[in-house]
Design a protein. Structure first.
Length: 240
């Protein structure tokens, strides 16, 4: 299947399917860190998760399908697969290594506490790449940008400023969405630990938002996946 050959409807159906898959692949990690009560069976979690993901991301994809042409942005540029893989891969390496180094030298080992067995962490990376980019960049960043453009009609020459406003706001919301995971692994995190999590996630969110704006959704997804592998699984073993 060639992504550029898809119609708009087919593209958003494909994105919807990716989001559902990502949601289901996140379940082992959510169980590992205790987001689900232990007495709930895996089959029940799977069924409920499937239904929730289908509904929530179905609505999100439908909203994006209607909104993005009106917002005047282009999240699906006609880039080659080679270009997307190289740009996304290199960007993901840079972001992932930067986050890994920051986490290693900070006094709060949150990344170590959030770590899971490699196979569990690897599965969760699909959720982080697919779902978080679809939700926070394709939908949320675009929505904020679209609303801002509507509010300031006639100021299209300030599109870049509006983008950065939308990018920072979306990155902040993206960062706060990680707090439930922090509370799950630390129970009562300190203010500094919360700020540390917000800082790391916020910096990553801004970087992914810039990639989304300049290179499109698929590059942002690839970069997020690579960065998540480095940061959330520690498979590179760069530092002792």
């Amino acid at each position: 299947m060639h992504l550029h050959a898809l119609t708009d409807k087919q593209r958003y159906i494909f994105i919807w399917i990716l989001a559902i898959i990502g949601s289901l692949l996140f379940i082992p990690y959510a169980q590992h860190i205790g987001l689900y009560q232990s007495e709930i069976s895996f089959s029940s979690i799977l069924i409920v998760g499937l239904i929730q993901a289908a509904i929530i991301y179905g609505l999100i994809c439908f909203a994006c399908y209607k909104m993005i042409p009106k917002a005047g942005i282009h999240p699906f540029p006609h880039s080659t697969y080679k270009h997307m893989l190289i740009v996304g891969g290199v960007a993901g390496l840079v972001i992932g290594i930067a986050l890994y180094l920051l986490a290693h030298f900070m006094p709060y080992p949150i990344s170590e506490m959030m770590r899971a067995p490699i196979w569990v962490g690897l599965l969760s990376c699909f959720y982080r790449a697919f779902n978080e980019e679809i939700l926070c960049r394709l939908f949320l960043l675009t929505l904020i940008f679209f609303v801002t453009m509507k509010i300031f009609k006639g100021a299209e020459h300030h599109r870049t400023i509006f983008f950065w406003v939308a990018n920072v706001l979306a990155a902040f919301i993206f960062a706060t969405a990680h707090l439930p995971i922090l509370y799950a692994v630390m129970q009562s995190p300190s203010t500094l630990e919360i700020l540390y999590m917000l800082f790391l996630s916020g910096v990553a969110g801004v970087a992914f938002g810039w990639l989304f704006w300049t290179h499109g959704l698929w590059v942002a997804i690839i970069a997020h996946f690579v960065a998540a592998i480095i940061f959330n699984t520690g498979v590179l073993g760069i530092l002792p």
